[in-house]
Design a binder for this molecule. Sequence first.
Ligand code: MG
Length: 504
Amino acid sequence: MQKALEQLKEFDAEIKALEEVQAVLEWDQQVYMPERGVHGRSEQTAELATIVHQKNTNPAIGDLLDKLDASDENPLGSADLDDDDRRLVRAVYRDFRQATRLPADLVSKIARVTSVAQSVWAEARRKSQFKLFQPHLEEIVGLSLEVADRLGYEEHPYDALVDQYEPEMTTADIARVFRELREGLVPLVRDIAAARQVDNSVLLKAFPVDKQEAFSRTILEALQFDMSRGRLDRSVHPFTTSLGPDDVRLTTRYDERFFPTALFGTIHEAGHGLYELGFSRRFHGTRLASGASLGIHESMSRFWENVVGRSRAFWHHFYPVMKTEFPDQLSGVDLESFYRAVNRVEPSLIRVEADEVTYSLHIILRFELERMLVGRELKVGDLPGAWREQSRDLLGIVPDNDANGVLQDIHWSGGAIGYFPTYALGNVYGLQFASRLREDIPEMENLVRQGDLVPIKAWLDEHIHAVGRSRTPRELCEEVAGESMSARPFIDYLKQKYTDIYDL
Ligand code: MG
């Protein structure tokens, strides 16, 4: 039994290392690679994906899992193993089962198609021409359906796609939580729209990009993001990736005429980065050194970005610091006006720039469209029109071009259908965790007012970061929040915060 376990760990370490190499290529493609490098790169990523797939589907892993007594009924394997080892066995078992259901030629085809599609998407977005991207997306939807069929599902092919990003979550679960969200958010947005709008003109002044970057780095330091174990760079679409246990890369983008893009984007990515840097050392080099799910990952980024980064307490400390960096731009703007400005709620077209109240509506929009595309109720060619219709229903506004609508996100070009719901689930989990954090650290707000974020990070390290993938999202939510997934804490938090800001 111990010998089988050691062999399984060797395979796991090898796969983990290759995945980190994949991350290097992906990071380079998004950050540094020249435009015409794409064809060579797509060959490289396809070759590597094939190798990783072979490693992941090595029949020897299946034999070892058998020896360790892992099965659908008993994914944790033998009760003789210690707790960490059983959780590793469960993770390997799940990945092996998923991977062996996908044939190697399908996996390498997806890597090749999406690598090209990503660069076509960037061009289509620049030119705001959905037609350029359409044939690529058609191919991706077709491949996704093939993936769903191979992985298997009970009710809806979308279940199989979602499960890749949020284990154990079904279309029906998401529809339930999203209904709860919609019922809470739509009336709140309506009440806010009827209230007197806050003045956000301070956000629209010119903030030089180099000074924005310097201030973002100041905030990263306060968040205790360790620059000896990470970097901050620029990319079209901000993201975070781990190239190794002590090498976590954040990216952001700068808009000289709207500093929140970079500042809150950096805080958001730092939330992901702190998670990646916080895995228990005993999991390093294993697949348990990763997030419990994308939804849990997003709960960390959105907690730091919104619950901390857009709080009155946070700016009580950091606004005076920011004022010394940008004395002209912020002259005559007091703390309260600034706080309200960074929390202004207004339905807008671009998801990544949406406020925290309307944000989840952008996700519900994408969920509805993806569910229809995968359920063959909607053709790719009809997507721009369906997008406009959903946008009108949910947000009350309609994009005037494809770049501001259906082409705004990179996800579909990378083959990530079923990924979007995890963003809104992150809001939901995040406030469930925050409620528990407030119980454990009642003085949290006072600490934040003094710029002391150390106890918050320590709490997250202990309860969420360190745990990594040793818990499923369902287990983690129940262990940390003491309840199953619920949108209630998130909706209550928004109501309280915005009743105050908008004097509802
Ligand atoms: Mg994120």
